[in-house]
Design a protein around this ligand. Structure first.
Ligand code: 13P
Length: 246
């Protein structure tokens, strides 16, 4: 099973649902539709209405983050895993580099992961090195720490996807070369196997678009994509799926 996950970040108003109507229509007619799952993470404000609308359709709705406490607490503007689950989300992203940069520590992420799983949310756990770490050949050390400091064997591993998003690649148009990405995906799977005793899906994120997606096809270790910018356009998101299976 492959995953095409669109992370809208700070984008979207109620009528942006039209983008999802088009994507849903495409998937419902796509002969490859049983080979993949399409997930969209709109901002919190749209989760409830979109989840209701797409409940029995071809798009699964998730959230982009969740708070580290549950179910209710006195933290202004925070939204808990419990609250997210109750409005219909199936997935949540945890550990996106945007949120790590805004202060999410490993301890915070650990409690987010535990609480999200407790609320039956499936997790898209993001990891990735920055440019300096890459230049200093620290990528594997960074990735390993991001995995082992937050995930552990007691967690329900069936509900976890790992998203490898090198920070230097997000929104820059730069993507890793195939050889590096293959090595990194194999490394991540090895670490994950040590933690859980089995491998988990590993997806790639960072400047994925309808043109470069073909190059990732050759890397069988990559189980899908976390797509930012290109997921805000129905045409681009659909073309990514089309070109991947072409
Ligand atoms: P871009 O696809 O815009 O580079 O964003 C990737 C990302 O951060 C998805 O979570």
């Amino acid at each position: 099973m492959k995953f095409f996950i669109g992370n809208w970040k700070m984008f979207g108003v109620p009528k942006s649902i039209n983008i999802l109507h088009k994507i849903n229509f495409f998937i419902s007619k796509d002969k490859n539709r049983n080979k993949y799952r399409a997930i969209i993470t709109p901002p919190y404000t749209l989760i409830e209405s979109y989840s209701k609308y797409f409940r029995r359709k071809k798009i699964i709705i998730g959230s982009q983050n969740c708070y580290k406490k549950d179910p209710f607490s006195s933290n202004t503007a925070a939204v808990s895993p419990y609250m997210i689950r109750k409005v219909g989300a199936t997935y949540t992203i945890i550990g996106h580099s945007d949120n790590r940069a805004e202060g999410d520590s490993n301890t915070d992420l650990k409690s987010k992961v535990e609480l999200a799983l407790k609320n039956k949310l499936k997790i898209i756990y993001c990891i990735g090195e920055n440019k300096t770490q890459k230049i200093n050949k620290k990528t594997f050390t960074v990735l390993k720490n991001q995995i082992v400091k937050v995930l552990n064997r007691k967690l329900k591993s069936n509900n976890i996807i790992i998203a490898y998003e090198p920070i230097w690649s997000i929104g820059t148009g730069k993507i890793p070369n195939n050889k590096d990405l293959l090595k990194t995906a194999i490394f991540i799977k090895k670490v994950v196997k040590k933690v859980f005793g089995k491998t988990l899906p590993v997806i790639y994120g960072g400047s994925v678009d309808e043109n470069n997606v073909k190059m990732f096809k050759e890397i069988k270790e990559i189980d899908g994509f976390l797509i930012g910018g290109a997921s805000k356009s129905a045409k681009k998101f659909i073309d990514i799926i089309k070109n991947y299976y072409r």
